[in-house]
Design a protein around this ligand. Sequence first.
Ligand code: NDP
Length: 449
Amino acid sequence: MNNYLANVISRTEQMNAKEPEYLQAVREVLTSIEPVINIHPEYDRMALLERLVEPERCILFRVPWVDDNGKVVVNRGFRVQFNSLIGPYKGGLRFHPSVNLSIMKFLGFEQIFKNALTGLPIGGAKGGSDFDPKGKSDGEIMRFCQSFMNELYRHIGADVDVPAGDIGVGGREIGYLFGQYKKIRNAYEGGVLTGKDVCYGGSLARKEATGYGLMFFMREMLAAHDNSVAGKTVTISGSGNVAIYACEKAQAMGANVVAMSDSNGCIYDSEGIDLDCVKQIKEVQRGRIKDYLNKHPQAQYFERNGETSPVWSIKTDIALPCATQNELNLEAAKILVSNGVVAVGEGANMPCTQDATDYFLANNVLVAPAKAANAGGVATSAIEMSQNSMRFYYTFEEVEKKLDNIMVHIFNECEAASDKYGQHGNYVAGANIAAFEKLASAMVCQGIV
Ligand code: NDP
């Protein structure tokens, strides 16, 4: 391996030894940009990579709140403002008990590259808390969000840092966060958060954007290999925001989606998933995916039992991991390949382990990498920010068309970069290289900061 790259990876490993997810994300990017580093020896003298892997700022804070029994609970809040090279920090907030600095840094690092790929002026960030929204009352969610914003507000702003949703943070949470921000600031600064409800400044099609965008990327990737989504069998992990709207667009494109999951297990419905039923369970009742069987007794439910999700054992043409990081491991990849999978589309961030991705690529399975394939959410957030600045709204169709064009552009960038460096069809490398070339040029322009 290139000496400079090897030194930066080893230095990053030493400095962040207790952050496995973060190191995984850094290794994945740095190893795939080797052909670019080889022709830019000056990056070593400029410490370009050392600067790229060091967040501009990590903010950790206390979040005290009162539960329904009057007991005070203390959670930890995070905001990693990773990189502002090409625009205000931008990236979602995740509320999940697994949240820690490693996960925040991996997500923030990925976000820099993803945002660069969109072609829009947005930097990279991520934030959240180890707060677990599951089983909490509406009042508890609101009090937590208000306390979280009591600290976060001083670090964000429409031209500074613009958070959005992620796991555990949907329209309800963004509403409570925005309400508290507005109260503290005594000003209506709509562009400070995205993912807002359309009734107070959100963008039409933002809710659908990540899942729809994933399918637009999948459509382009398959078309480049003389294939299409129509008539394919699709399995999806997760049943949250990304999973639901990926399912909706896959069905609209003529695919038969037969499985979805949550952290407890997965449902298999060979007749095709009834998405209205899933939406009712997940978006309205906030229930479990198993409840699907109440309305559809012909479907099957497989309880999760160990590391590998049962959803990957179901025979499919297209697999869409849309739940969380490292949810699709080598064992799952082997099962999918032996069942004839054609393409994998990463809706979640870093859902495939590195050895799973390597296995897919070695077996000629097309992989749509998260940085590129799930960038439709943040791209539409940027469209929400522009609408807020213009004090003007686009129609659903206008936003969806813009999203489609952006996903086509991202696919073309990934394909061009992979071809340029002799890695035709490897969109994982293509996404990393295309984003890195843009970021490196901006770093050279802006000097040592
Ligand atoms: P949601 O909270 O809406 O849904 C998350 C889904 O994943 C749920 O079905 C949840 O099941 C499941 N899940 C979460 N954690 C785990 C786990 N540890 N093991 C198994 N299943 C799990 O989140 P989103 O749909 O918004 O996000 C899903 C993924 O997509 C994340 O990786 C996120 O970073 C990424 N993403 C999201 C974007 C967006 O716009 N929302 C944009 C780009 C990427 P359960 O209810 O049982 O926890």
